[in-house]
Write a protein that binds this ligand. Sequence first.
Ligand SMILES: [Zn+2]
Length: 413
Amino acid sequence: MRALLLALQIAAAQTSAPIPTFVVVRDGTTVTMVPVTIDGGEASVRADVLMKAMRGMVITGTNLHYTLALPGARLALIDGIPFAKRDSLTIPLNRAPQVRGGQLYLPFQFVTEIIPRFGGGGYVYDVAQSELRTFTPATGTLLPARTANPTPRTTSTTPRSTVITPPPVSRPSTRKVVVIDAGHGGPDNGMTGPIGTPAWFVEKEVVLSVAQKLATVLRARGMDVLMTRTADTLIALSDRGRIANSNHGDVFISIHVNAPGSRTAAGARERGFETYFLAEAKTEDERRVQDMENESVKFETGANAPKGDPLSFIITDMAQNEHLRESSDLAQTIQQGLIDVHPGPNRGVQQANFAVLRGSYMPAVLIELGFGSNQSEATYLSDQDNQRALARNIAESVTAYLAHYQSRVGGAR
Ligand SMILES: [Zn+2]
């Protein structure tokens, strides 16, 4: 294993700067050794260790976002996306930062290039010494001997690489478009239940039925409706948001049925409805539902699998963030409305990082209509009249939300 790593390090060294085992971070009189890890032949450093050595910190945001907060600059990153952002500047990276074992790892390029260039000035990387130094004029001793240019700050902050500016996000037309996403489909059944009986309740069937009834009500109210699926087919989670965007949806509503974490007698008693908006999961329960609904990805193969078009992702992702507040408002409106019709209990508005909501440019929520794992709730949700009542109720909330939103922004969109 050691020989292999060495070979990989040599191979890497031939194509770029040599990769040391440690990088020395010299900040004034403080010297910190930051380990360089090699994973799959690629060199990385742990973001928190590097930032601490540089008197900065890593801020963990929502939705896979991280910020490297240095004394002179903030670099925004997204796990798995090979771009960094500093203010409005988008900086392409050789490789994406990655979270492994709960820790954010930065490509070695951050040490050699990104921080010296974009870290807010005052940093130089000395290849010969494998040292990242804080260039503090006051001490006057930290300039590397091998740097020909005595003012590396001015040369190093000028980006040479292509800078990509995201195009403006297109605005929807005046006619309201509601995107309805019936969860799961095809080989992905979603949850089945109830617990303790042969599975007669299948999530993908019930949510499609409710979604179709919701579409009927909204169309009758003069709205345009787009359904991500109208049959028993599998649509990739990432494609659901894309479908919504390319049709300029105004709101995105994903419909699901819940199941408890364990198929125990206590689990079988779990009941109630909840509405989620996209943000970082905060509680165990939110994480459980998030993981359960994101599991659909495992059914996606080949053409359906997320390709990770990085630029569209980063733009999408930023657009989504603008809608966080609106998504929360929409979730609140829907959840409040359901109290009137659903036997309950009301489990409230929740937040989680759902893959299906990640890719949409519009206020987006995910409704868990109840627990199909519970005998009485599975029976309730399977009833056509109850489904119609739920659909009418959700339609009212969506209509109210859109009217309220339109009045708030003065019909600007
Ligand atoms: Zn589901």
